[in-house]
Design a protein around this ligand. Structure first.
Ligand code: ADP
Ligand code: MG
Ligand code: MG
Length: 463
């Protein structure tokens, strides 16, 4: 790791100074919309502008070595390209998930839609990917390791930018006292880059009267201005014309962005599955298509990490090497050697099902218990999971601010790099790193998640 001078020592701050910083931060959040719905207010989330509180934040940006920041940015377009290549290899997707399909009903339903598209020879000419690849910096091996690639409903591109601007603003006012330079917080335009990619997809679709549709959860709390339909509404109000045009509530839809549809909870009945299939059958640009969605599963991540598999998708050897460098240890559960190891030392592994949205992974002694249970139950069910090397990032002292109050805590961080990709047939229109999001959580929490109340929004301070 680069040698760098120690940054501010939060231990040395007196309470009065920290309170002043917190006050300024909270004023900034209120003025610039770094706010979330406050669930204690009944009308929050249904009446815009009512019942809001500042988002959970880290008071100051967290140190991150510049070389790893550059590495994460550099691989973003390569990962975008990889997702696109994988999405075109239907056989690879079907084969990789064939055992998982038997053990996991949600993956199985997604694969059914994928199969139907194959049977009808459905091609996606315009492909829009809005991804977030997440990393932790492993303290022991000093390497930047990928946690996962998200290809559906990536959270917080809007907040990513705002929390960066909050930190830059605090450092402009208090940087001298802190010994910090606001220029060391990299600029972050995640929200406008994602919006720009959606607008360009709309342009490629090429009908000025067509709308962008955001598929939302029924009581959506993220507020986005466009047409917003739940999957159930799409089923009742939507149809696909002979030429593939998707019409919802009388309007032609050019781009469909899923802010829903990534968890089994989003499909409480057959209506939602019908809607997903209907959209997939249409010529609207889907973000993501079923193939992009499946390319982002943990099982595919694990298959891609096997020797020789990346080479199937990427010609450029340098690119392959750059991607592989970010891969942590990943295994399927049909490897007896690794199962033995994980039962002996479960704390060195994370067990993951094919789920998104946080709170689904298995850690510590539960890994051992679940592996032993699966061994008893026999073959099939273990294909629902993968095993991953547990990454141990450096623990640092930070100030976390929630509900107007700061806490000093030991925390670890996860850096998410957004990536936008837009392509029409052979023409790549956008392939870029599109901003970032740091999430910081108390080190005692296995999982975290901002919405779940363990993690906070953060930015980075390059050193
Ligand atoms: P999800 O798709 O639900 O977000 P993730 O794979 O990102 O699933 O896991 C959720 C969280 O669990 C991550 O944000 C991280 O905090 C923790 N986590 C996941 N994999 C690892 C790992 N290999 N080592 C340490 N922590 C991990
Ligand atoms: Mg995820
Ligand atoms: Mg995640």
């Amino acid at each position: 790791m680069e040698s760098h001078k120690p940054m501010f020592q939060v231990e040395n701050f007196d309470d009065e100074f920290v309170q002043k910083l917190v006050y300024d931060a909270l004023v900034w959040c209120s003025l610039h919309g770094l706010v979330v719905g406050d669930k204690t207010y009944q009308k929050s989330g249904t009446v815009p502008g009512v019942g809001m509180t500042h988002a959970p934040i880290s008071l100051l940006p967290t140190q991150f070595p510049e070389s790893y920041w550059k590495q994460a940015c550099e691989v973003a377009p390569i990962f975008n390209e990889l997702v696109d290549r994988v999405s075109l290899d239907a056989q690879f997707i079907q084969d990789s998930l064939s055992r998982t399909k038997k053990a996991d009903i949600f993956t199985s339903r997604l694969l059914d839609i994928h199969s139907k598209m194959l049977e009808s020879n459905k091609k996606e000419d315009i492909r829009l990917g809005l991804h977030r690849s997440d990393y932790m910096l492993d303290e022991e091996t000093k390497s930047l390791l990928q946690i996962e690639m998200n290809t559906i409903s990536c959270s917080f591109p809007g907040f990513g930018r705002l929390v960066t601007e909050l930190h830059q603003s605090l450092l402009r006012s208090h940087g001298d006292h802190l010994g910090l330079d606001s220029e060391r917080v990299p600029k972050n335009t995640s929200n406008s880059q994602f919006a720009d990619a959606m607008a360009k997809a709309w342009l490629e679709y090429n009908n000025p009267r067509a709308v962008v549709m955001i598929v939302v959860q029924p009581d959506e709390r993220n507020i986005i201005v466009t047409i917003r339909k739940s999957l159930a509404e799409v089923e009742t109000e939507g149809s696909v014309q002979e030429d593939g045009t998707l019409i919802v509530d009388g309007q032609e839809v050019s781009v469909v962005y899923y802010r829903s549809g990534y968890t089994p909870r989003d499909y409480p009945s057959e209506s939602e599955w019908n809607a997903r299939l209907l959209i997939e059958q249409s010529s609207a640009v889907k973000c993501p298509s079923i193939a992009y969605h499946l390319a982002g599963t943990k099982k595919i991540q694990q298959e891609l990490a096997k020797p020789g598999v990346l080479e199937r998708f990427m010609d450029n050897k340098d690119d392959v090497a750059k991607l592989r460098k970010c891969f942590a240890g990943l295994w399927s559960l049909d490897d007896p050697e690794i199962i033995k190891k994980a039962i002996e030392k479960p704390e060195l592994f994370v067990m993951k099902p094919q789920r998104e949205g946080g709170g689904n992974n298995i850690y510590g002694d539960d890994v051992r218990e679940n592996l032993l249970r699966l061994q008893k139950e026999g073959e099939e069910e273990n294909a629902a999971y993968i095993l991953m090397q547990r990454i141990f990032p450096k623990v640092s002292n930070v100030f976390l601010v929630r509900e107007g109050v700061y806490h000093r805590d030991q925390a670890i961080s996860e850096l998410g790099i957004y990536g936008a990709y837009l392509r029409n047939k052979e023409r790549v229109i956008i392939n870029e790193q599109s901003g970032y999001l740091m999430r910081t959580k108390v080190s005692s929490s296995d999982e975290g998640g901002v919405a779940a109340g363990f993690a906070v929004l953060d930015s980075i301070y390059l050193n």
